[in-house]
Design a protein around this ligand. Structure first.
Ligand SMILES: [Zn+2]
Ligand SMILES: [Zn+2]
Length: 306
C-alpha cells in the first residue's frame, strides 16, 4: 500500500507566483496546480527557487523568507488599505497590531516610500475608531460611578471590587470588559500561517540530495524554526529530520568550539592572542541560533520594490 503523501490543498496556494507567503490582504491571482498533478516528488519550481535563494542568505533561511513575506504584506497593504474593507476591519478588531508589527509597518513605509503618508491614512481611521471607543468606556465608567447603591449593594460592590483586584494579578482568571477586547494581531496570525506553509515546503525541498547540499552550506535554521521543521519532519519525513538534526549538530559543534576559545582567550594570560572572526562573532551566532534573525532591517529592500 502506498502512503498518501500528496500535498494538502491549502498549501498549494504557495504555488501561485508571488505568493511567497504573499500578501494575505491582496492574494495574487492564483494559478494553483491541481492537487492530483503533484506527486510527492514535486516541489513547485517557484518554491524550490525561493528556498535555494534563502539558503544563500546569511542567517536562518526561514527567518529570511518570513521577513520577505512580511515586507510584501506591509508594502501591499500600505497601498491597498483604503480600498480593502477586510484589512480595515482587522485593524479595528485588533485595535491595531502588536508592538513589533506596529513599528515594522511604520519603518517599512519610511524605507520603501520615503514618507509616512500610507501609515497616516491607516491611523487616521484607527484613531477615530479609538476615540469612539474611549467615549464608550468613559460613558460606562460614568454609569458605574453614578450608581447610588443601598448599604447591601455597597457591600456587594466592595466585595466585587476586591475580588476583581485579586483576579487582576491572576491573569488567567481575569475577565476584562468586552468593550476593551481586541483580536490577536492579524499580522502575527498571518505570519504563523505563512510559517506553517513554508515549514511544510522546506521539508519537501530537503527530500532532495542536491537541495540538502545547498542547505548544508547555509547558516542553517534558527532553533525556533528548526524545532518546527523537526516536529513536522519527524512525522512525515524522518529522513529529513535526521538530516536537519545532524546538520544542526555540526553547526553547534563549531559554535561551541568558538565560544570556548573566545572565553578562554578573554583570560588574563591569553588576552594577547588573536581572535578569529568566528570566535569574535560567537555570541552573535549563538543569539541568531536561539532567537532567529532580527525582525526588521533598514538595509533590506523588497526585490520588486521601486
Ligand atoms: Zn529562523
Ligand atoms: Zn503582530
Amino acid at each position: 500500500m502506498t502512503e498518501d503523501k500528496s500535498h494538502p490543498e491549502h498549501l498549494l496556494r504557495e504555488c501561485a507566483p508571488g505568493a511567497a507567503g504573499g500578501p494575505a490582504a491582496q492574494p495574487p491571482a492564483a494559478r494553483v496546480e491541481p492537487l492530483e498533478s503533484l506527486s510527492d516528488d514535486d516541489v513547485p519550481m517557484v518554491i524550490a527557487t525561493r528556498f535555494l535563494e534563502a539558503f544563500r542568505q546569511p542567517g536562518c533561511p526561514m527567518c529570511f523568507l518570513g521577513q520577505q513575506a512580511l515586507d510584501d504584506y506591509f508594502s501591499h497593504w500600505v497601498w491597498d488599505y483604503v480600498s480593502d474593507a477586510d484589512l480595515r476591519e482587522a485593524m479595528r478588531r485588533g485595535l491595531g497590531m502588536c508592538a513589533e508589527h506596529t513599528w515594522q509597518l511604520l519603518h517599512t513605509d519610511v524605507r520603501e516610500y520615503g514618507e509616512t503618508f500610507g501609515v497616516s491614512i491607516i491611523y487616521q481611521e484607527l484613531v477615530a475608531h479609538t476615540i469612539r471607543l474611549m467615549e464608550r468606556v468613559a460613558l460606562e465608567a460614568q454609569a458605574r460611578e453614578a450608581q447610588r447603591p443601598s448599604r447591601l449593594e455597597r457591600l456587594r460592590h466592595w466585595l466585587s471590587r476586591r475580588s476583581a483586584a485579586r483576579r487582576w494579578f491572576l491573569p488567567a482568571r481575569w475577565r476584562g470588559s468586552p468593550l476593551l477586547k481586541a483580536a490577536e494581531c492579524h499580522v502575527c496570525a498571518y505570519r504563523a500561517e505563512s510559517e506553517r506553509r513554508s515549514t511544510y515546503w522546506l521539508v519537501q525541498v530537503l527530500r532532495h540530495a542536491e537541495n540538502r547540499t545547498r542547505y548544508a552550506a547555509s547558516d542553517g535554521l534558527c532553533l525556533p524554526h528548526l524545532r518546527a521543521a523537526l516536529e513536522l519532519a519527524l512525522e512525515i519525513e524522518p529522513g529529513v529530520a535526521r538530516f536537519l538534526a545532524a546538520s544542526a549538530g555540526q553547526h553547534l559543534e563549531a559554535l561551541a568550539a568558538d565560544l570556548d576559545r573566545y572565553i578562554a582567550k578573554r583570560a588574563w594570560d591569553r588576552r594577547h592572542e588573536a581572535m578569529t572572526a568566528g570566535e569574535q562573532e560567537a555570541a552573535q551566532r549563538a543569539s541568531r541560533f536561539f532567537g532567529g534573525l532580527d525582525g526588521w532591517s533598514a538595509e533590506r529592500k523588497r526585490l520588486d520594490s521601486i
